[in-house]
Design a protein around this ligand. Structure first.
Ligand code: KG4
Length: 337
């Protein structure tokens, strides 16, 4: 039996998952409500919550998988990028456990794990993408177009030069007075609104890179100008604001994706990261791929946000026979692929 435990603690979700002989047996995620009051993730509070959560989350993942910890054959953990304090918790825990059990330790790049999330099989017969494929990774910290040639061979061909798509959702939601994280609230409100009610500015930058900071400013100015003569403007128009914001973010994402697809002609296109849970993004990507005869890989919502199932599969795909892993590797807050 090949049983890999995945551990994820890069931001504000503590997660552990077990993959046995290629099939996911458990994926436990503990979110952190503590940040809601602050309108964003507070790094120090995140690492403290990881410390409280990690032991119960890992034990529960092993229990749900129906095995004992002694039956684990390897541990994969997120080494980075992410918040240093948060990463230290998962990294130290994974190292201690691998050392105690005498099993190999596999370090995983969080961004690679998002791009490989489509290889997580819940049933043996589940299909998986074919290399090479293109991946649009859109989360709270990243907006990237990635060429995925292999489990350990990826190239970022477009990236954000300022805010990530998730930040655009969250920051605009915050100025509307919506709770953190705002992305899911915008998604819900957008379903009731008119996507053409407002027009916000879109970036004009060359190449495949993204920019979302201009949109945020344009959104803020629209609110400010309208609130001057209508104090109830946000409340009255929140659905239209959300729908128009969501449409603009999707248009920005697709503009660059169109260029990337024309250049690289992928046969498969995957999306990943928290923003790939957005209903509008999912529908737009499905339609985009359908029109071009590209196979779309749209993850189940539980695999869009941070989770350890993707870390376990990335570890399984990267593991080399006989490799023991390196207990001295430190976590890294920032990195490329
Ligand atoms: O990948 P992720 O869990 O972690 C970070 O990189 O932080 O992504 C979180 C981001 C947040 O910005 C959140 O608002 C966004 O994903 N998000 C959504 C939706 N669900 C989560 N954005 C838009 N629509 C959603 N349904």
């Amino acid at each position: 039996m090949n049983a890999i435990l995945g551990i994820e603690s890069s931001c504000d979700d503590t997660s552990a998952a077990v993959i046995i002989d290629g099939v996911l047996r458990s994926n436990v995620i503990a979110g952190q409500k503590v940040h809601e009051a602050y309108g964003g993730v507070v790094p120090e509070l995140a690492s403290r919550a990881h410390q409280q959560n990690i032991l119960p989350v890992v034990s529960e993942a092993i229990r749900q998988a129906g095995i004992t910890k002694e039956q684990l054959t390897a541990i994969a953990y997120t080494r980075g990028p992410g918040l240093m304090g948060s990463l230290l918790v998962g990294t130290s825990f994974a190292k201690g456990m691998a050392l105690g059990l005498g099993i190999p330790l596999i370090d995983v790049n969080h961004l690679q794990a998002h791009a490989l999330a489509h290889f997580v099989k819940e049933e043996e017969t589940d299909e998986v993408p074919e290399f090479p494929y293109m991946c649009l990774l859109v989360s709270g910290g990243n907006s990237q177009i990635i060429l995925v040639r292999g489990a350990d061979d990826m190239e970022i061909i477009g990236r954000t030069i300022d805010d990530a798509a998730g930040e655009a959702f969250d920051k605009c939601a915050k100025v509307m007075g919506l709770p953190y994280p705002g992305g899911p609230h915008i998604d819900r409100l957008a379903a009731e609104g008119n996507p053409d009610a407002f027009h916000f500015s879109k970036p004009h930058i060359e190449g495949l890179d993204y920019s979302f900071s201009g949109l945020k400013t344009s959104f803020l100015y629209t609110l400010r100008d309208n609130l001057r003569h209508d104090p109830d403007f946000i409340e009255r128009r929140k659905a239209d604001l959300a729908a128009s914001l969501q449409r603009t973010i999707i248009e920005i994402l697709l503009d660059k994706l169109k260029k990337a697809v024309a250049l690289h002609k992928p046969r498969h296109l995957a999306i990943g990261g928290g923003v790939s849970a957005n209903s509008g993004v999912r529908d737009a990507i499905a339609a985009f791929c359908r029109d071009r005869g590209i196979r779309a890989w749209i993850p189940k919502r539980s695999f869009t946000t941070d989770n350890a199932a993707m870390v376990a599969i990335a570890g399984a795909m990267r593991m080399r026979p006989g490799e023991r892993g390196d207990l001295s590797l430190p976590p890294y807050a920032r990195t490329e692929l």
